[in-house]
Design a protein around this ligand. Structure first.
Ligand SMILES: Cc1ncc(COP(=O)(O)O)c(C=O)c1O
Length: 490
């Protein structure tokens, strides 16, 4: 992909939520020297564009600011990202066997992986122990017992952190609050449950208790919730030492560092890190505790602002006196956050500027849900027309990783851009990808277009394009219809 930055004559929206190399000019949006219009033309839309330098810089910032920083891969799991995070000095935090396996396939070093989750299966724990990952973050007493049995069965000793509920409010959306007592994650400190579980972990023959873990929530844009968590956790560590005579060398304070979506102003990472580390050092001094190694697990703050999504406008509809709708070619399948959390985004035109006057519109997706709204009441030029390109900033975290195939839309492609070049990180999901889990009745060829045989029958399904004639003319009961075959063109 040749690099052509639009002329930098007008930095239209402020830098806030956009990737560091994004530039708006009369030629439209460019990222890392590549024009958005060119990317959309070559790779189609919706398209996630990752500013690689931005991600690398965020990883380096976290790795440099804290003694140990793990990238929470759930925010956006891709091989490229896993490798970049490790190259730039971060470890990895996984939340399932699937995420663990994906990291290992990406070549991640197991000795730099931690595994958390409130309901890990035996198979997941076995995988964790067998692959020799560094830390399992146990959620509760029964998981400790299962993990101990699994580890002793393999003759290994597994290092663990124990997750406690600190009872601290993060002041964010209730769906992403995890530090309050009424939480499915972790074991509460009040009432002695956490202390009993820590005693159990300390005595378990096949476990090596390294420390405690807490995660107070996500999209936290102030230092205070982290600092309150430090106080509660150090009190608990002091209690553990007093009651059990055990000193814990690791304190994992979780993730949750905020990103900029619209007008949020989270403090600099270095600033929060200094405040947190000072609080730990000072708190340990006052309690006479040795200073533990502080671990953090950022996901969102690493990747959210490094990525933008390009959509193409399909229709513009004005309902006089009610609302102006702009419909784009993606929606809740590639970004569920607005529906799930009422999340708000910064939106801008990405095509070459025509300078229409601003008017308030609601950007909606193409799904069969009234709630499929991507951005309510945002100002966009009044000359917006079908075929135009829109860019949504800060779509890197919990967008692609929560994507679905609702309405049989394939997941978008993801391209990384750097130094005027674009590389596909994840290809667009094709119609045949969406059929890959279908199991046809034995001997019933009717569910496939004539001429196609399954791999199980020793054949192979050839790659198809939207324009392949056989695909469009398929028929018969249960056949892949031409509308399905066209996938995103539904
Ligand atoms: C235990 C734990 N650590 C880290 C994270 C990452 O959070 P964030 O992406 O907000 O930094 C999460 C997110 O849910 C989590 O549950």
């Amino acid at each position: 992909m040749p690099g052509r930055n639009p002329p930098p004559d007008a930095a239209l929206p402020p830098a806030g939520p956009w990737p560091i190399t994004a530039a708006f000019g009369s030629g439209g949006l460019g990222v890392a020297g590549v024009a958005a219009a060119e990317l959309a033309g070559e790779h189609g839309t919706p398209l996630l564009v990752v500013d690689e330098d931005h991600v690398r810089r965020r990883c380096r910032t976290f790795a440099g600011a804290f003694p140990r920083a793990l990238y929470a891969v759930k925010a956006f799991t891709s091989r490229r990202l896993v490798r970049i995070a490790q190259e730039e000095g971060m470890g990895l935090l996984v939340a399932s066997g699937g995420e663990l396996a994906a990291c290992l396939r990406a070549g991640a070093d197991p000795a730099r992986i931690a595994f958390h989750g409130n309901n890990k299966s035996d198979e997941e724990l076995e995988l964790a122990v067998a692959t020799g990952i560094d830390l399992v973050i146990a959620d509760n007493a029964s998981e400790l017992a299962r993990l101990d049995a699994i580890a002793s069965g393999t003759g290994r000793r597994q290092a663990v952190l124990f997750r406690v509920i600190p009872g601290v409010s993060a002041g964010t959306h209730s769906f992403v609050e995890t530090g309050e007592l009424d939480s499915k994650f972790g074991t509460p400190i009040p009432g002695g449950l956490a202390l009993r579980a820590v005693a159990q972990a300390a005595l378990a023959p096949a476990l090596e208790l390294r420390g405690i873990h807490a995660h107070v929530g996500s999209q936290i844009v102030r230092a205070e919730p982290f600092l309150s968590a430090v106080d509660v956790l150090l009190d608990f560590m002091a209690e553990v030492r007093a009651e059990l005579g055990v000193e814990l060398p690791v304190l994992d304070l979780g993730g949750g560092f905020g990103a900029v979506y619209t007008d949020e102003r989270p403090p600099d990472v270095e600033e929060v890190a200094a405040a947190m580390l000072d609080r730990v050092a000072e708190g340990c001094r006052r309690r006479g505790l040795p200073v533990p190694e502080v671990v953090v697990e950022p996901g969102r703050a690493v990747v959210a602002n490094a990525v933008l999504t390009l959509y193409r406008v399909g229709s513009v509809k004005e309902i006089p006196g009610v609302r102006n709708f702009v419909a784009v070619d993606g929606g809740m399948s590639d970004n569920i956050r607005p529906v799930l959390y009422g999340a708000r985004y910064t939106v801008a035109v990405a095509h070459p500027v025509r300078r229409g006057a601003p008017r308030t519109v609601t950007v909606v997706g193409k799904h069969c849900e009234s709630g499929d709204v991507l951005a309510r009441d945002v100002d966009l030029p009044d000359d917006l027309a079908p075929g135009d390109l829109l860019a949504f900033a800060a779509t890197g975290a919990y967008g692609y990783s929560m994507a679905s195939n609702y309405n049989r839309l394939g997941r978008p492609a993801v391209v990384g851009v750097r130094d005027g070049r674009a590389e596909v990180w994840l290809r667009r999901e094709r119609p045949e990808d969406l059929d890959r889990l279908e199991v046809d009745p034995e001997g019933d060829g009717s569910a496939r277009p004539a001429g196609l045989t399954s791999r199980a029958e020793g054949g192979s399904i050839p790659p198809q394009s939207d324009t392949e004639p056989g695909r469009r003319t398929a028929g018969g009961p249960g056949a892949t219809s031409s509308r399905e075959a066209e996938g995103r063109a539904l």
